[in-house]
Design a protein around this ligand. Structure first.
Ligand SMILES: Cc1ncc(COP(=O)(O)O)c(C=O)c1O
Length: 388
């Protein structure tokens, strides 16, 4: 149905079925033109290119993202090459001089955050509390009681957990958190996959996402929505922050009031060009996130029905990670016996022509717009011939 938008990537891999879209999505053909346009614009504007980028392509991309998230102000969005940079900038806005810097999070955050805070925990002032996401039936209650159990300096939580596809009710948890501290949502597995309305959280929550997955523009274009009214002074700061009006107090380094208070410095904006081209493509094709989600959910259901019919010993309902209310990210996660077997299974599937990936003993099948029902049926056939 949407395969015509991905001709170049599909033609480059005629013998494989790509079920790792949740890790790295194929890029639609329009991104190639966008990439070339970046070169042409760099050639045309030379020294004036930063001014051009910020007043043109960057602004337009900010506006498209703001519309997608249903927030009022596009200038509350800041770009960086990856989310790790933004995560560290957030951490650097906390008061490290305090005797205790307390962060509440989960045991299922992506490595860009998890590795960083685990390292910071080696410093005496950092105290990190990770709430296990499983069993998920009680997760929200357990997180809420942790929220009430003490004073926190930052809350960090994923919208869709990367190691399960389970969906967190970010609105419910944000409503229970103190309004005075940063409430940070890692939206990477939600952005352009699950319809996300941040309008009621726009003066309350930070939101991180990027282009490598469902936004389909590839690496190098991550962003953060900064809540309106946030006045922070991250000590990890770069010269892009000076592109906006600075507020200086007592002769200290000044910061802007908009999202550029979280800006870094010189970056390659070709990723932003590609991201912009995808957002515009979806607009022109009438592909809203609602519509994308409906399409993916229906393919996921078809996949599970076909697997059920085949009565596969490994990929079945018993090993599938599911959520009571049925909501799910755009990948399905199966729990296998152990990490070794899982790695081996990923390899076997890859040799048989199905690209997947794994996290420890969890094998993930990702779904994208470039798969149709025939691909799903073919995939199930290959899976059942390969894994018994
Ligand atoms: C939940 C989540 N957040 C963030 C990222 C990407 O992090 P970074 O941009 O630092 O590479 C990923 C990548 O897989 C992810 O799954």
């Amino acid at each position: 149905m949407y395969k015509h938008l991905y001709q170049r990537f599909l033609q480059a891999h005629p013998d494989s079925l790509h079920f790792a879209c949740h890790s790295h999505h194929y890029w639609p053909d329009c991104t190639r033109e966008a990439h070339l346009k970046y070169w042409d614009d760099s050639c045309k504007y030379v020294d004036d290119k930063w001014e051009y980028f910020f007043s043109g392509p960057v602004l337009e991309t900010q506006q498209l993202i703001a519309a997608e998230l249903n927030v009022d102000s596009a200038e509350q969005i800041v770009f960086a090459p990856n989310t790790h940079e933004l995560v560290f900038r957030l951490l650097s806005s906390l008061d490290w001089g305090k005797s205790k810097v307390r962060i509440l999070t989960t045991d299922s955050e992506f490595y860009s955050f998890d590795r960083q805070i685990t390292r910071l925990e080696e410093l005496p002032q950092f105290e990190i509390h990770k709430i296990p996401t499983l069993p998920f039936e009680s997760f929200h209650e357990r997180f809420e009681s942790a929220l009430n159990s003490g004073s926190w300096d930052m809350i960090f939580i994923s919208h869709v957990f990367f190691n399960s596809g389970l969906v967190c009710d970010i609105h419910r948890l944000a409503a229970k958190a103190s309004a005075d501290i940063p409430f940070v949502i890692d939206g990477y597995h939600g952005f352009l996959a699950l319809p996300t309305d941040l309008s009621t959280l726009q003066d309350r929550a930070f939101y991180l996402a990027g282009s490598y997955k469902y936004a389909q523009g590839g690496e190098g274009a991550c962003f953060m929505y900064v809540p309106t009214g946030a006045v922070h002074r991250p000590f990890y700061t770069g010269w892009f922050a000076e592109l906006a009006h600075l507020t200086t107090v007592n002769g200290e380094v000044g910061y802007p009031r908009n999202a550029l208070q979280y800006a870094g410095s010189t970056m390659d904006f070709s990723g932003v060009y590609r991201l912009r081209s995808v957002l515009k493509l979806f607009q022109s094709e009438g592909l809203s996130t609602d519509k994308i989600h409906e399409f993916i959910s229906s393919n996921q259901e078809h996949f599970l029905r076909e697997l059920q019919k085949a009565e596969n010993a490994v990929f079945n309902d018993r090993n599938l990670v599911t959520q009571e209310n049925g909501s799910h990210g755009h990948f399905l996660t199966f729990i296998l016996k152990d990490t070794e077997i899982t790695k081996r299974t990923v390899k076997q599937l890859s040799s048989a022509g199905i690209k997947t990936d794994s996290r420890a003993n969890r094998l993930r099948f990702g779904f994208g717009l470039y798969q149709d029902q025939q691909d799903i049926e073919k995939a199930v056939q290959i899976i059942c011939n390969t894994v018994k």
